[in-house]
Structures are given as C-alpha cells and as structure tokens.
Design a protein around this ligand. Structure first.
Ligand code: ZN
Length: 180
C-alpha cells in the first residue's frame, strides 16, 4: 500500500535542513525505496548534482527549474526529496499535493523566512498541507541561543540569496538588533 504524504523540514540558514533531508532519504534508501532527490536549478552552492550540506553527507540530486519540471522528473519514484523548496514558487504546494495523492512520500526542505523575517512563499502553504512539519533552529552567532532568523550581512533589502557566505544565524533579539 502506498503511503503518500508530505513532510516539511524548515527553519533558517545553518539549521541543518539539508542534512535532515539527506538523513531521511538515506533511511528510506535502507528500506529499498526508489528515491529521487531534486534541488532548484539556481542552487549551485556545492556540487551541481547533489543536495548541498554545509559540512556533512550529500545526496545525489537532479537540478530542476520549476515545479512543473519537478513533477515530470520524479515520475515513478516512491520517495521524492526536494531541497531549497522556497525557490520553486507558488506551484510547489499543488505539485506536492498531486504527488502525495498518488502515493509518493514527498519530503521538502526549505527556508521558512526571508532575511527580512517575512514568510518565504511557498513554504507556508506547503506547511499547511503537510502531514508533518519539522522546524529546526540554528545557533545564534551573537549570543549562542537557538536561532530562528537568517541575517544578511550585506544589507537588509534582499531575499535570502543562493549561497550561505553572506548570512549568519541569529535569534530573534540579535536579529532585531542587527536590522535596527
Ligand atoms: Zn542571539
């Protein structure tokens, strides 16, 4: 019996979302499920055909440009992992719903907030339709508390870009101090 469902792994930069995605995919692999992982084509931080982790294990992933291409590329797989879900646009929730209804286990990792602290669409809609949502937190670089925000070091008027170099994890208070 297929067990279609949607799992979301979300949180700020450096909270371990990709690592958690890789862990869950590997676990499904041990159970001999057929797995396809995809990432957004704009995410070229690490090796182009892998889900990038800031320092851990990687998982082979196919770069796709949008939700439509994603659905095409994952046809026939039992488990689908999606990294950087926030880049896929507003068609992603429907695409995931379609896959889950067809019996696919869909696991999506993505940022919950922009660097301005606003909901990063389409992650909120995805979280609403998911069976399971895991919010991870990083460690605040300033005070060491759990961090829920991604602070952009070069300024505050950009969305979270591709790449992690110009960001740091901050708790709400230290993030507020930084943006003024
Ligand atoms: Zn802090």
């Amino acid at each position: 019996m297929p067990r279609g469902r949607i799992e979301v792994i979300t949180g700020g930069m450096f909270s371990g979302k990709s690592e958690e995605l890789v862990r869950r995919l590997r676990r499904e692999g041990f159970a001999r499920k057929s797995i396809r992982a995809v990432k957004h084509a704009s995410d070229c931080r690490y090796h182009e055909t892998h889900i990038g982790c800031h320092g851990g294990q990687t998982f082979e992933a196919l770069p796709v440009k949008d939700a439509e291409a994603l659905v095409r590329q994952v046809a026939g797989f039992e488990v689908v992992g999606i990294d950087e879900g926030q880049f896929f646009g507003d068609d992603l929730p429907d695409a995931c719903e379609h896959l889950a209804n067809a019996g696919v286990l869909v696991i999506v990792a993505g940022l919950d907030l922009t660097a301005e602290g606003k909901p990063f669409h389409p992650m909120p809609a995805l979280m609403a339709i998911a069976e399971d949502v895991t919010k991870l937190r990083a460690v605040c670089v300033v005070c060491g508390e759990k961090a829920c925000r991604s602070h952009h070091l070069a300024g505050k008027d950009v969305d979270v870009e591709v790449g992690a170099k110009s960001y740091e994890a901050r708790c709400r208070g230290c993030w507020k101090d930084a943006i003024g």
